[in-house]
Design a protein around this ligand. Structure first.
Ligand code: NAP
Length: 248
């Protein structure tokens, strides 16, 4: 039986690379996105052309009722969930903390933290042996910003990723005897659209000399780490936060 995986924010960037790789490795893929339907359909097409199965699902993960509906759609259309990648995440225009308002923090935390939490809750309710599930694995996409702090750019975003790290450690312990492993990856600077959203499309060129490997990473390099953490090769790995950051 094929394993079903949900990847949030899978229309572009790291999520899209992870969805394509998961499809190539035999997963049936739920491709969540917020608004870019064309990009999500492209990911689905890529998976189908490689002989796999995928379904694009438009859901704003910051809205709890929408997330609940998304999981019900997966139950109905694809079958029992085996893996979740909590990847969808946002940042806003680069700014010092003293110039931010509370509404901005609430937007960032609603997607990056609360959205990931609701997805994790729905996944655990389905996968836990305690709830008659068949076990599974969760990978949360954090950021090196959780360690570095996001100074002069986005402390709000860094704080949201610190919360993801803490949730990873706690949830891994809660479900360790219930057949579910929970891990995280902390990407460094990766070539995706997110930097343009922060107002600096060429940010990686500016910061890459601070990376010991002197380059940005590709989305596929993060996807490969995520797929390994989800796989049976990582069967004794839980509560781990893996840096995928070129040494930074
Ligand atoms: P990206 O290229 O900007 O893509 C973001 C993805 O998330 C898109 O698929 C977008 O959907 C989706 N999304 C955004 N808000 C959403 C919401 N409320 N509900 C559902 N989907 C939503 O981002 P990325 O760089 O690949 O980042 C992916 C993850 O890696 C994020 O958690 C980010 O914080 C983390 N990360 C990235 C880097 C980096 O350098 N790129 C470094 C460290 C960590 P639409 O296409 O529909 O808009």
């Amino acid at each position: 039986m094929q394993k079903v995986i949900l990847i949030t924010g899978a229309s572009r960037g790291i999520g899209a690379a992870t969805a394509k790789l998961a499809g190539e490795r035999g997963y049936t893929v739920a491709v969540n996105y917020q608004s870019n339907r064309a990009a999500a359909e492209q990911v689905v097409k890529h998976i189908e052309q490689a002989g796999g199965r995928a379904l694009a699902i438009a859901t704003d993960i910051a809205v709890e009722s929408e997330v609940v509906k998304m999981f019900e759609t997966i139950d109905r259309e694809l079958g029992a969930l085996h893996a979740l990648v909590n990847n969808a995440g946002i940042l806003e225009k680069q700014s010092r903390l003293e110039d931010m308002d509370a509404a901005r923090w609430q937007r960032v935390l609603a997607t990056n933290v609360t959205g990931a939490f609701v997805c994790a809750r729905e996944a655990v309710q389905r996968m836990s042996l305690k709830h008659s599930g068949r076990g599974g694995a969760i990978v949360n996409v954090s950021s090196a910003a959780a360690r570095l702090g996001g100074a002069f750019e986005y402390i709000d975003y860094a704080a949201s990723k610190g919360a993801i790290d803490a949730m990873t450690l706690g949830l891994a312990k809660e479900v360790a005897t219930e057949g579910i492993r929970v891990n995280a990856v902390r990407p460094g600077v990766i070539y995706t659209d997110i930097h343009a959203r922060g107002g600096e499309p060429n940010r990686i060129e500016r910061v890459k000399d601070s990376v010991p490997m002197k380059r940005g990473g590709q989305a596929l390099e993060v996807a490969q780490a995520i797929l390994w953490l989800l796989s049976e090769e990582a069967s004794y790995v839980t509560g781990t936060i893996m840096d995928v950051s070129g040494g930074r």
